[in-house]
Design a protein around this ligand. Structure first.
Ligand code: NOJ
Length: 730
């Protein structure tokens, strides 16, 4: 038996050399083995996994977190197999491992890149201590359709913010100084345009233009690679008739030839097998051929590569050199992660690392910053902790599991506080609180709306906690109706009829369509599914210990008919002039007969318990060269009575392009803290190269011409200036 006895070396060139040397010693079967990823559950993959690993027929396993069991598999790989190549151990760690952080959509609402990086890093600490080498995240799909349940897993609708969040999460996951002494690779997903699923229906086709692909859906992937991401997951969907897991244009021409990226491409779960169902492959063999030729290196769960690559090489349908490239990429990743030197994980580390106290504080801070205040009539919030009788109503008020959110494989509901517990803990006299669920989250359920109304009538203020269960967002959880599920609106109608002041709290995995609720409540706080510290963070905000600071990263529609809805839309040839009007008022304009064009809440919107004033916008560089930098200054002042954080946002509009340009595009943001009465002068610097786009020739161009620029509190408000790009490049 031949063993891997190479000495540890740590330069890219050395990895290249070691990987090639290993490749030379591999049989065809061993090469194919490296391209196979499998689950470990016997009910899914059968009883032969040990034998397959021992024969070198498996390159990666996933869906496992028992360190002793992982080490056992790893021992089979490194000791029993002929070449001793270690396994890559993958897992879905979407928003935290055991310490569950806010769902990514919520966390992005913090616009706090250092916090976002830290939560990813904490997730990597826990995952690595539990034997994981490979995290199937971040999901960097731009999502402009809240019907799509996976909007919960990403950073929302915007390209600029999406790029920044993608890079921050990759840096966090791939931190080099984890307690385990090991390192994790981030698998960026889902490549590509998976979020453009038609009608927001999960797994549905996307039919976007090459320009939209390049200007909207690809940039977060590029940002992730620039931040060092070493792997990628190819998506389930098709674009314009070509399924992503058999798309040489995106997987080879763009990824390898244009971007020169050398990382590993892993298919999504059975995505290669599904090429047959898509109707582009005649059978699994044909699917394997198309996927490997298109550039998918590793097959997750299709058995297409394991069963058919040998035959395809034998009859010349797939050159062995194509396999060799894929194997080299996988070996290089294993070498870069140091798996050859340290294949095993410390079986005692997880106890020390999992649920570390600093992760809990981080989870609390992330939850605080994720929550978004959407309404606060007469400053009804914050509530007083004394002297008022509170009726706490709603199906999510005494709930643990749903607060964790979708995709929490390792989180445990017993570790979650309920809103009822967290609110009670704040009250000087818990006797002033009455709790009634009112109705279930979904379905009819027992009718306890009357007792809820009774509790409301006896109270000074009603806090109603409504929204979605964790299972209503995430993979395969699209919704066509985005209002409050079940009987929740009926419950709210009954509470509103009492005339009592109502504080609405929404816990959800996506933007909801809630115009009626907005009118019925005096305050509206979106708490999302913010992980293990959701309840405490909510209570801290409700009682004013923490001033809310989150801002929406996806528009909230007024009605499902407006979807897809996003602020960076095009002007059209017939834009309506006046906000909020309908087609009746402005005929033959791009308007609805029966609905306004504007969202209920725009991208970037969020209130605070204090107020911020923007003054003195100055464009310091009215003429910007193609290598230059746009510099704009603005003063932000806290004019209210509370200290608070503001997220100041810079947008531009390129007035005339060789192709049409969005009416506004985010190009900068700063999160700042201001004491009451304090002001800060902010300077935004935008490199001119950020202001280009995919031009008529499908190449990235920066064109000369006039721009508008705004700095303000959201995508609809701000002080306006102008500048000009002076020189043509492209
Ligand atoms: C399917 C999902 O689309 C993907 O995000 C996930 O990583 C894999 N399943 C593995 O669980």
């Amino acid at each position: 038996m031949e063993k891997n006895t190479m000495a540890p070396e740590h330069s890219g060139a050395a990895f290249e050399g070691r990987a090639s040397e290993l490749l030379r010693r591999m049989t065809l079967a061993e090469k194919i083995g490296q391209l196979v990823q499998t689950h470990t559950r016997e009910d899914i993959v059968g009883p032969d996994l040990d034998a397959q690993i021992a024969q070198g027929l498996v390159g990666s396993i996933f869906g496992i977190s028992d360190v002793a069991e992982i080490n056992r598999y790893q021992r089979l790989a490194v000791s029993a197999s002929r070449l001793g190549i270690p396994l890559l151990v993958g897992n879905d760690v979407i928003h935290g491992f055991r310490t569950v952080f806010p769902i990514p959509l919520a966390e992005s609402s913090s616009w706090d890149l250092p916090i976002i990086e830290k939560t990813a890093r904490a997730a990597a600490e826990e995952a690595s201590a539990s034997g994981t080498d490979w995290i199937f995240a971040p999901m960097v799909d731009i999502a402009r359709d809240p019907r799509w349940g996976r909007i919960a897993e990403g950073a929302g609708e915007d390209v600029f913010l999406g790029r920044a969040v993608a890079a921050a999460r990759v840096r966090g996951f791939q931190a080099s100084d984890l307690e385990s002494g090991k390192r994790i690779s981030a698998c960026v997903k889902h490549y590509v345009a998976y979020g453009a699923a038609e009608a927001g229906r999960e797994y549905n086709s996307a039919d976007i233009s090459e320009r939209t692909l390049r200007d909207v859906y690809l940039p977060p992937f590029k940002a992730a690679f620039d931040a060092g991401a070493e792997s990628l997951m190819s998506s389930f969907n098709e674009i314009a008739g070509v399924p992503s897991s058999a798309n040489p244009h995106t997987l080879r021409a763009i990824l390898r030839d244009e971007w020169g990226w050398h990382g590993v491409v892993l298919s999504d779960y059975e995505a290669i097998r599904e090429l047959v169902v898509h109707g582009v492959a005649s059978d699994l063999r044909d699917a394997a051929r198309q996927a490997i030729l298109a550039g998918v290196d590793m097959d997750m769960m299709s058995n297409a590569y394991a069963d058919h690559l040998a035959g395809l090489v034998a009859d010349g349908s797939v050159p062995e050199s194509v396999l060799d490239e894929a194997v080299l990429r996988i070996l290089r990743l294993k070498l870069e992660l140091g798996l050859f030197e340290r294949p095993f994980s410390d079986e005692n580390l997880a106890d020390r690392v999992i649920l570390r106290a600093d992760f809990q504080s981080l989870a609390l801070q992330a939850a605080h910053e994720s929550m978004v205040l959407l309404k606060n009539r007469h400053d009804i919030l914050p509530l007083s902790t004394t002297g008022k009788r509170i009726a706490l109503i709603g199906p999510l008020a005494d709930n643990r599991a749903d607060l964790l959110g979708c995709w929490t494989i390792f989180g445990q509901k017993d570790e979650v506080e309920t809103v009822l517990e967290a609110v009670t803990a704040w009250l000087e006299d818990p006797g002033t609180l009455a709790y009634v669920a009112g109705c279930p989250i979904v379905g009819e359920g027992p009718d306890n709306i009357p007792p809820a109304v009774e509790a409301a009538n006896d109270a000074d203020v009603v806090v109603v906690v409504l929204g979605e269960s964790a299972g209503m967002s995430g993979e395969a959880h699209s919704r066509a109706h985005l209002g409050l599920p079940g009987r929740q609106q009926e419950l709210l109608d009954a509470l509103a009829a009492t005339g009592k002041p109502i504080v609405g709290v929404l816990l959800a995995g996506r933007p909801l369509v809630i115009p009626r609720m907005l009118e019925q409540v005096d305050a509206l706080l979106v708490g999302w599914h913010s992980g293990v510290q959701t309840a405490r963070a909510l209570a801290d905000i409700l009682f004013g210990e923490v001033n809310p600071s989150g801002k929406l990263t996806a528009s909230w529609p007024r009605s499902e008919g407006q979807i897809p809805i996003y602020y960076a839309h095009k002007n059209t040839g017939r834009p309506a002039q006046d906000e909020g009007t309908r087609q009746f008022d402005e005929p033959f304009k791009s308007r609805y007969l029966d609905e306004s064009n504007e969202p209920l809440f725009p991208f970037g919107f969020g209130l605070s318990y204090t107020r911020f004033a923007y003054t003195d916008l100055e464009v310091e560089t009215p003429l910007v060269g193609s290598d230059g930098t746009l510099t704009v200054g603005v003063t932000v002042r806290n004019t209210g009575a509370h200290a608070g954080d503001e997220i100041a946002q810079l947008y531009v509009h390129d007035l005339v392009g060789s192709v049409t340009r969005p009416v506004k595009e985010l190009k900068g943001f700063q999160r700042i803290t201001l004491a009451p009465g304090e002001e800060k002068r902010l300077r935004f610097e935008v490199p001119a190269r950020e202001l280009g786009f995919t031009g008529a020739g499908m190449r990235y161009v920066l064109e000369p011409g006039d721009f508008k620029v705004w700095i303000g509190p959201d995508s609809t408000r701000g002080l306006e200036g102008e500048f000009r790009i002076g020189i043509h490049v492209g």
